[in-house]
Design a protein around this ligand. Structure first.
Ligand SMILES: [Zn+2]
Length: 61
């Protein structure tokens, strides 16, 4: 398993935590739109994981 694969797994893992455990970027408890921001971060993390995997596949052949 390459370094890029591990990085992709970590990104996926964090995304899973945010999704299933309700992790938030802002733990202050006030409702000020952080759920919407968290959803975007979730998309970004999963997108990055895909990107890293694609890049890794290119490097490893
Ligand atoms: Zn807050």
């Amino acid at each position: 398993m390459g370094v890029l694969d591990e990085a992709a797994d970590i990104l996926d893992h964090v995304a899973d935590r945010i999704e299933s455990h309700g992790w938030s970027l802002c733990p202050c408890g006030d409702k000020h739109g952080q759920a919407r921001i968290d959803a975007r971060v979730l998309d970004a993390l999963r997108g990055d994981a895909d990107l890293v995997r694609t890049a890794g596949a290119g490097v490893d052949g």
